[in-house]
Design a protein around this ligand. Structure first.
Ligand code: GLN
Length: 381
């Protein structure tokens, strides 16, 4: 046997895979891994079929199908009032996760420090470690999970290469506010600090609030890789199509890595999404669609003993359960899946040290019947 020294000794199988597998095994309502249980639009499926029939079955261009990049540029201009050049500043990726990995692999060298905020989506820290970087995490606490920028300032030094942000935030459903943008801008100004901004839930934001994309602020835009996804807005997480936007000099380096990681992303989906995006209602109508689900789920949970935490964006609703039990969140998530038949994600899985504030995350991107079934069971806990 050749000895292998793991680059990720602490990493097992992702919590999403574990909880979805358990939910399937015991036949539980699966509100754990974030994906919808309703189908994507028939029109979009028709467009994919047409693209295949028209012969879009060979490699797409390395950076992505140009009409799709043009539509993304148009959408970004419309939403955030800023131009990204489809030729040099936008690349189509195999989902948000590949974009995140690629951006990190592009710029992080051994011993570079990267600041992340925990709870953090689970792919950030491993990608940093594989690149040899050092994870500097700042823990956020329920119920409001706000970033303490004085602490961020204290964490930054000459080795700080990148800050990773995620708004709307998975798993806590918080969003960045103007105050956060101002504090962040002041910290990075005149520093060689890059930003990786995971904005995959940009269209899922509620109560009339605005998504404060890094694209809106010149000081931040010039140093940012912005990552977005089509899986979330178009109910097609299995298609694994997303994209990255960055200024041309950063994007040029990003593509050097991207081309050897995946070369390009599947062609027919790109052709179909380019056509579908021409109708802006396809993404502008999402707020109402998801807000209705959020409100329905929250209303249902009101008669439960769970404490419902705020949800400003994303399709996740977190709850605290301190009034119900003092068992740890992983044990409770497993027990609820097996005993009452509702699967969730224990939020300790998003902390490097496994910090447990007794919070569970539920995904509400589900049909009404599914939410009804889950609520009926959760109110009995
Ligand atoms: N983004 C989804 C979630 O947070 C799942 C992603 C995955 O399974 N890797 O649940």
């Amino acid at each position: 046997m050749i000895p292998i020294v793991s680059k990720l000794p602490q990493v097992g199988t992702t919590i999403f895979t574990v909880m979805s597998a358990l939910a399937n095994e015991v036949g539980a309502v699966n509100l754990s891994q974030g994906f919808p249980d309703y189908d994507t639009s028939p029109e979009l499926i028709k467009l994919v079929t047409q693209a295949m029939k028209k012969g879009h079955n060979q490699y797409a261009p390395m950076a992505g199908y140009m009409p799709l990049r043009e539509q993304i540029s148009r959408k970004t201009e419309k939403l955030y009032g800023v131009n990204y050049d489809p030729d040099t500043e936008i690349t189509i990726t195999a989902g948000g996760t590949q974009a995140i990995f690629t951006a990190i692999a592009t710029v992080i060298r051994p011993n570079d420090e990267v600041i992340i905020f925990e709870p953090a989506f689970d792919c950030y820290a491993p990608a940093i470690k594989v690149a040899g970087g050092i994870v500097k995490s700042l823990e956020l606490e329920p119920p409001d999970y706000r970033i303490n920028w004085d602490m961020v300032k204290r964490l930054t030094n000459s080795r700080t290469k990148m800050i990773i942000l995620n708004s709307p935030h998975n798993p806590t459903a918080t969003i960045l506010q103007q105050k956060d943008i101002d504090e962040l801008s002041a910290i990075v100004k005149n520093q060689d600090i890059l930003i990786l901004s995971d904005e995959v839930y940009e269209h899922l934001i509620y109560d009339g609030q605005s998504h404060l994309s890094m694209a809106r602020y010149p000081e931040l835009k010039q140093r940012s890789f912005i990552v977005a996804s089509f899986g979330k807005p178009f109910h097609a997480t299995g298609w694994k199509v997303g994209y990255c936007m960055a200024p041309a000099d950063l994007m040029n380096e990003f593509r050097k890595v991207h081309q050897f990681l995946v070369f390009c992303v599947n062609a027919p989906m790109q052709v179909a999404i380019a056509e579908y995006l021409k109708n802006e209602e396809t993404y502008l109508g999402l707020r109402e669609f998801f807000q209705q689900k959020r409100d329905y789920f929250r209303e249902g949970l009101k008669s439960s003993r769970f404490e419902i935490l705020p949800c400003a964006g994303s399709y996740f609703q977190s709850v605290r359960y301190g009034r119900i039990t003092d068992e740890n969140d992983t044990d409770l998530a497993i027990r609820l899946t097996k005993e009452i038949g509702v699967a969730s994600i224990p939020v300790s899985a998003f902390y490097n040290q496994g910090t447990d504030y007794h919070v569970l995350r539920f995904c509400f991107a589900k049909r009404q019947e599914t939410l009804d079934k889950a609520v009926d069971r959760l109110i009995k806990v």
